[in-house]
Design a protein around this ligand. Structure first.
Ligand code: NAD
Length: 316
């Protein structure tokens, strides 16, 4: 496919995630039209040939398909249906893909209000943190019509790992899968913080305790991999803010409520996250609840990072 044949992608929301995603779209040869509340967030993209649009409506009018990557359902709804929103610019039969972590209600209302316009609407939220957005290795969960999902796949492949771009069901299924992944991961985070803190307070060496967990049936991806950013470097992942993590947990509980399933554990985890947000602020990293337990222990939980391969005395 030559770059002339590629559709023009409109992209709204150039934050921690959108910055890397748009850079990868640009590097894959997709012509871009971009918009954000912060004009400066587009400087590098415009330098690379992207067009700036002054509104969501203009973004949609100048592109073949438009993507939103925005913080909350309310903001997505405003950017689509509010004054100057996507619906004012998008052509009949046009495509809107919401890659934000959100809930189906926003797109449901848009579909209902635009039935006569035959818009193609997909939810395609992502996992993989800002690092995955930067490297183009996001996991993407697509909800909506299968043929529409197949048609936009080349665009998604510019941002995600082709083996982990999954069509997971009809409208809203992508949002639901994403929210459940976050819920489980955040639950793992709190559970891991608890057991590491109690073990250390009981006198066990932190590295020995973690090694034992990794070798046990209680191992998890978080214990084996993700928690090392904290234990090695004190990095609580500021690429994903506590304010957004708490938003996701609230949406997850709303989703559970809408199904009638009782979720006592999810409720507790949400409360721990809200306590951490109060303690460390909206912009603190998503793994900051770990700090609550470090505060109880009275010291950061750290183990030395292995020396990089090639360091004298280290077997690579
Ligand atoms: P962010 O806060 O870093 O970026 C959001 C961007 O949207 C900002 O640049 C902001 O200026 C812009 N914006 C806000 N309101 C706007 C509006 N009305 N019109 C135009 N632009 C507007 O957020 P993020 O971390 O990039 O997250 C975006 C979405 O992706 C969220 O739904 C989040 O839950 C989800 N997500 C984030 C991560 C992560 O690690 N950061 C991972 C997976 C999913």
């Amino acid at each position: 496919m030559t770059s002339e044949q590629k559709p023009t992608v409109g992209f709204i929301g150039l934050g921690s995630m959108g910055t890397g995603m748009t850079r990868n779209l640009q590097e894959s040869g997709f012509p871009l039209v971009v918009h954000d509340l912060r004009r400066e967030s587009a400087d590098a993209l415009v330098g690379g040939g992207a067009r700036w649009a002054d509104s969501a409506a203009e973004t949609a009018a100048e592109s073949d398909l438009v993507i939103t990557m925005l913080p909350t359902p309310r903001i997505v709804a405003d950017a689509v249906s509010g004054p100057g929103g996507i619906l004012e610019g998008i052509r009949d039969g046009g495509t809107w893909i919401d890659m934000s972590t959100s809930v189906p209600e926003v797109a449901d209302a848009v579909r209902e209000a635009t039935r006569h316009r035959a818009l193609r609407i997909l939810d395609a939220p992502v996992s993989g943190m800002s690092a995955g957005a930067a490297t183009g290795t996001l996991q993407i969960f697509v909800g909506g019509d299968a043929a529409d999902a197949a048609r936009v796949r080349p665009v998604l492949e510019a941002m995600g790992d082709p083996d982990r771009i999954l069509h997971v069901g009809g409208h809203g299924a992508g949002y639901a899968v994403k929210l459940m992944i976050n819920q489980l991961w955040f639950s793992h985070l709190v559970a891991t913080a608890e057991v590491l803190s109690v073990g250390v307070a009981a006198g066990v060496d932190l590295g020995v305790l973690r090694d034992a967990l990794v070798a046990s049936p209680a191992n998890s991806h978080l214990v084996e991999h993700d928690v090392l950013s904290i234990l090695h470097r004190g990095d609580y992942d500021e690429g994903f803010a506590m304010a957004l993590a708490c938003k996701d947990l609230g949406l997850s509980i709303d989703l559970a409520r809408s199904t009638g399933i009782s979720v006592e554990l999810s409720g507790l985890v949400e409360q721990v996250f809200r306590r951490a947000r109060n303690a460390y602020g909206d912009r603190a990293g998503e793994m900051s609840p770990f700090r609550l337990y470090e505060d109880l222990v009275g010291a950061p939980l750290r183990i030395p990072a292995p020396a990089p391969a090639g360091t004298p005395g280290v077997v690579a």
